[in-house]
Design a protein around this ligand. Structure first.
Ligand code: MD6
Ligand code: FE
Length: 238
């Protein structure tokens, strides 16, 4: 049996399991925690994100080499932030426009990571992607980290979006599902390096008012990442 076949089965079975109120985490693959965040928790997280953006403004990343702008605007929080420009993709400790360190990761995000990541050290970066109505995210792997043992934890706020996830090759078959505001995905284990992306947004479906964040903003995605290898003796948690 191919790796892809096993991977797809994992994804589909996890999606089915996620129909349960509190999906349990399973490091073997992708775990879809449907509606993990209540409306109150979503609003609290949105206000944390608004405060962060006031300190660390959104910037327009550019594709490596071509310099073509992404359709999403970005910022980060935590000790490291993911940036992309003509020189390439990388993590760095300073905002590419202001030159200031990224703002600290809010306690709400650290708590969420500790609850769902199944990983013994805290995340070092939270990439914040801001989608306008027509924005999308092409199929990609998250592979700029040195530690693939840690999952990537993804939180959606705002309009629903069609998410796709495939296998380890760009051309592998994909499954698609709808990410709603308050949904959390953990991409770990066999699916850590799976290709994934956002096909489109479903306008007018947001339970939250994102206008305070940015007038054109329709969806926010936060991805928590461990970037460097953890040192369990100093960073491990009981
Ligand atoms: C998004 N998500 O939902 C894009 N990456 O807007 C991602 O790129 C992503 O959902 C790694 C793990 C989970 C994700
Ligand atoms: Fe990603």
């Amino acid at each position: 049996m191919s790796v892809l076949h096993a991977f797809e089965r994992t994804v589909v079975s996890q999606i089915i399991r996620a129909g349960l109120p509190a999906a349990s985490q399973d490091r073997a693959g992708l775990v879809y925690h449907r509606q993990l965040l209540s409306k109150d928790a979503q609003m609290a997280l949105l206000s944390d994100v608004c405060a962060l953006v006031a300190l660390c403004p959104l910037f327009q990343p550019l594709m490596p080499r071509t310099g073509k702008p992404f359709s999403v605007a970005m910022t980060n929080c935590g000790p490291l932030g993911w940036v992309s420009d003509k020189a390439g993709y990388r993590y760095q400790p300073l905002h590419p426009v202001t030159g200031a360190p990224w703002a600290a990761m809010p306690p709400s995000l650290l708590a969420l990571w500790r609850e769902v990541s199944g990983y013994g050290a805290d995340p070092e970066a939270c990439l914040i992607n801001m989608y306008a109505a027509d924005a999308k995210m092409g199929s990609h792997q998250d592979r700029d980290e040195s530690d693939f043992d840690a999952p990537v934890v993804s939180i959606s706020l705002g309009d629903a979006a069609t998410f796709h996830v495939g296998g380890l090759k760009r051309t592998d078959p994909k499954v698609r599902f709808r990410l709603e505001s308050g949904d959390v995905i953990v991409l770990g284990g066999a699916s850590r390096l799976a290709f994934h992306g956002i096909d489109r947004l479903h306008g007018g479906t947001s339970p939250l008012d994102l206008a305070g964040f940015d007038p054109g903003c329709r969806r926010i995605n936060l991805t928590l990442r461990r970037v460097t290898k953890a040192h369990p003796l100093t960073e491990g948690r009981p």
